[in-house]
Design a protein around this ligand. Structure first.
Ligand code: CP
Length: 340
């Protein structure tokens, strides 16, 4: 795809080559993300973060990514803090905000709402998660992390064996991730969910149509053996018709060190888009795994900054200028890399 000036709304926009391009730029901006180098390539540019659902990782890492490229970030974090609460339409909001911004990152609880907003925007819009539909940047950072983790075991994304575990019905990250995995060769997917929370059929149909192996499981222990990666997800209780309905599924699947040791191959990588639900009644990913070296959840979150810097650089057409706008490191960034 041509990234320049375009919206990023769905992973369906990407070919395998596009994903490789994003990963190459993400690799190249690593020194800037690590604050070992400084660039001001987006100095004077403004990103508007419009987050109409709670977020820690996506909101802050998109903001940090833009700052690390030299730009400024404006944030609106709740509907009630915006004129949407006074009945303004997404169309009007988009037209107004795109006059104030060079790029807009938006999260919204309704599927398709970010695309609707983008139609009225005069600047690129990046989908930060639209209801249960898609979360493209999360899937990209997940895949980037999978590539990195597999490389440490001499493997690639082709022939990957992966178990997706938990609420696969409402989890937008797994929806986007499955579509991206479909770009690779001979993927084996274990889809491990409680009855009633299976992944939408159109996603499995698409994967099977491309020749991938897709196996459903309803018992967690049956689905987590003979895979390279476990990708655990939270029950998305905010998407259920009622709290009572969500409560039926809470705590059904809990991965902990004992289950991992008993059922998984050595060095099976453990991932989760986060947040994990650490409340006693949930705990889909037990904190007793925190010392397990195969737990990649915080490597995932770190990679979020790289991938989001890459998306900004591509969409705003500054990839070839990042190094040209490098500045000497500041006193603080030099000090930061000294042992304390
Ligand atoms: N993974 C993810 O989207 O996290 P946040 O909700 O904290 O942004």
């Amino acid at each position: 795809m041509d990234f320049v000036g375009n919206h990023i709304l769905s992973v369906s926009q990407f070919s395998r080559e596009d994903v490789q391009r994003i990963f190459k730029v993400a690799d190249d901006v690593r020194p800037y993300a690590m604050r070992k180098r400084i660039t001001r390539v987006l100095e004077g540019a403004i990103s508007s973060n419009m987050f109409f659902e709670p977020s820690t990782r996506t909101r802050v890492s998109f903001g940090s990514a833009f700052n690390l490229l030299g730009g400024d970030v404006r944030e609106t974090t709740e509907v009630k803090a915006s004129a949407l609460a006074k009945g303004e339409s997404l169309f009007d909001t988009a037209r107004v905000l795109s006059g104030y911004s060079d790029v807009i990152v938006m999260r919204h609880p309704e599927s398709g709402s970010v695309a609707e907003f983008a139609e009225a925007s005069r600047v690129p819009v990046i989908n930060g998660g639209d209801g249960p539909n898609e979360h493209p940047s999360q899937a990209l950072l997940d895949l980037y992390t999978m590539r990195q983790e597999m490389a440490t075991h001499g493997k690639t994304l082709d022939h990957l064996r992966i178990a997706l575990i938990g609420d696969l019905k409402y989890g937008r990250a797994v929806h986007s991730l499955c579509k991206l995995l479909g770009l690779y060769d001979n993927i084996s997917l274990h889809l491990v969910s409680p009855p009633g929370l299976e992944i939408p059929e159109e996603i499995t149909d698409e994967l099977r149509g491309k020749g991938h192996s897709v196996m459903p499981f309803h018992i967690m222990e049956d689905g987590i053996h003979e895979v390279d990666i476990l990708y655990v997800t939270r029950t998305q209780e905010e998407r259920f018709p009622s709290q009572e309905e969500a409560d039926k599924y809470r705590g059904l699947f809990r991965l902990n060190q004992a289950i991992y040791t008993q059922h998984c191959e050595p060095n099976t990588v453990i991932m989760h888009p986060l947040p994990r639900d650490s409340r006693a009644q949930a705990q889909e990913l037990d904190e007793d795994l925190n010392q397990n070296p195969n737990l990649a959840i915080f490597r995932q979150t770190d990679n979020g900054v790289l991938v989001r810097m890459a998306l900004f650089a591509l969409v705003l057409d500054v990839v070839d200028e990042v190094d040209n706008h490098a500045k000497p490191v500041t006193w603080y960034t030099a000090k930061r890399h000294q042992p304390l």
